[in-house]
Design a protein around this ligand. Sequence first.
Ligand SMILES: [Zn+2]
Ligand SMILES: [Zn+2]
Length: 62
Amino acid sequence: MEEKTTQEKRTCRCPYCDAEVECIEELSAVCGPCSITIVTCEKCGGNMRQDAEVCPECGERH
Ligand SMILES: [Zn+2]
Ligand SMILES: [Zn+2]
């Protein structure tokens, strides 16, 4: 038996509660426990919440 992997599941880790969340699109994921949307920082590639003004990883303003 062969498993078909038509869509690769990607997960990332919420930087605020450390829960593993499944990426919905390439650059966004929703953390259930925090009820936030996580996006990837363009500067450092780290995870940050969508409505955050400053990236928790590199301090870059968005
Ligand atoms: Zn979280
Ligand atoms: Zn950053």
